[in-house]
Ligand binder design. Structure first.
Ligand code: GLY
Length: 339
């Protein structure tokens, strides 16, 4: 047999081995879900989960889209557009708290079940960055557009520039300016990044996140939310995860990608989120960010199990399925704020 034929035969056998091992991993995960029974949270498909209480109206809209037969991606976009457009939500889109120069800069990303993804970062003047991210995914050969280039792309697609700094946000910024102490503020008024994950009736997973980032950040700062693998990650064979909280800590540890990998190894969504939070805690012991560090993850897997876990108390997320309707779920946490 020629070397080339030997190589092809070996490669083919190798890939049989791999796919068998992969199939076994899938079976193992299914078995683990069964063995866990009701000890973990499990929903019926379709299932939508979103961070914080602004996830409730977002879930409601995404649910409506799914009921109308729209795709997971369309449902994600429509859902997270609700807090993006709400001037009372000071951590996302219109009404988001500005950076230290008084400019509202937005980050968002979206990902579908075929691992297509799109993202925008440091985008100014556009109310719905999630829609621009979706167009980056669908209409360009790229994954991520940033700053001026993202804005130019948005304008070419018919988006219009709006003033996103509301009176409320400007007043808060001017107050902060009096002392100008930089300290990221997390968990403000029970909202932060909105991250949404869903599994549709056919078992296909999609996700998105959108944020105005940390209040009073340096101009140009980009957080975890537009970074695939940090703020959001999914693998349609396994599940999806998304983050909220201090983006720097999530980027340092490739947070959401790791949660998905932990689920691939057989952990439940809650267990995977917990292990990732523990890892972030261990990596940040003695770090200057520790004083105000908060991170939280939500995750769901292919079997409809879902969960969340945060470093500090106060994190919750909205869950919507047919059986339980739309409701809030408190996440478990490692420690209380005062600890
Ligand atoms: N998690 C949002 C941010 O840090 O920008």
């Amino acid at each position: 047999m020629s070397n080339r034929r030997k190589f092809i035969k070996k490669a083919a056998l190798g890939s049989i081995g791999l796919s068998t091992a992969y199939g076994m991993a899938q079976d193992l995960r299914d078995e683990k879900t069964q063995a866990r029974g009701k000890s973990e949270l499990i929903g019926t498909k379709p299932l939508i989960i979103s961070t914080w209480n602004h996830g409730m109206p977002a879930n409601e809209m995404a649910w409506k889209y799914l009921q109308e037969g729209k795709s997971g991606i369309e449902a994600i976009e429509a859902g997270v557009k609700i807090p993006e457009g709400d001037p009372e939500v000071t951590t996302v889109g219109y009404g988001g708290f500005p950076d230290r120069e008084g400019k509202v800069t937005l980050d968002a990303c979206i990902m579908d079940h075929q691992s297509n993804c799109g993202s925008v970062s440091f985008l100014q003047g556009i109310k719905h960055p999630i829609s621009v991210a979706k167009m980056v995914m669908q209409d360009t050969p790229h994954v991520m557009l940033s700053g001026e280039g993202a804005l130019q792309f948005a304008l070419s697609k018919g988006f219009v520039v709006e003033d996103l700094l509301t009176d409320k946000a400007e007043k808060a910024w001017r107050k902060w300016m009096e002392a100008s102490k930089y300290k990221p503020v997390i968990n403000i008024e029970n909202h932060d990044t909105i991250s949404m994950l869903l599994i549709d009736k056919d078992g296909n997973i999609s996700g998105g996140c959108t944020t105005s980032g940390a209040a009073w950040k340096m101009h140009g700062r980009v957080g975890d939310s537009p970074i695939i693998g940090a703020g959001l990650f999914l693998d349609n064979e396994v599940g999806a995860a998304a983050a909220t909280g201090l983006g720097e800590a999530v980027i340092r540890t490739a947070g959401s990608a790791m949660v998905v990998e932990l689920m691939r190894q057989g952990k439940s969504p809650r267990e995977a989120c917990k292990e990732m939070v523990e890892r972030i805690y261990a990596k940040h012991k003695g770090h200057r960010d520790m004083e105000y560090l908060q991170v939280g993850f939500i995750a769901l897997n292919k079997n409809g199990e879902y969960g969340g876990y945060s470093l500090r108390s106060g994190f919750n997320y909205a869950v919507h399925d047919q059986q339980g309707g739309n409701r809030m779920q408190d996440a478990e946490f490692k420690m209380a704020w005062e600890d």
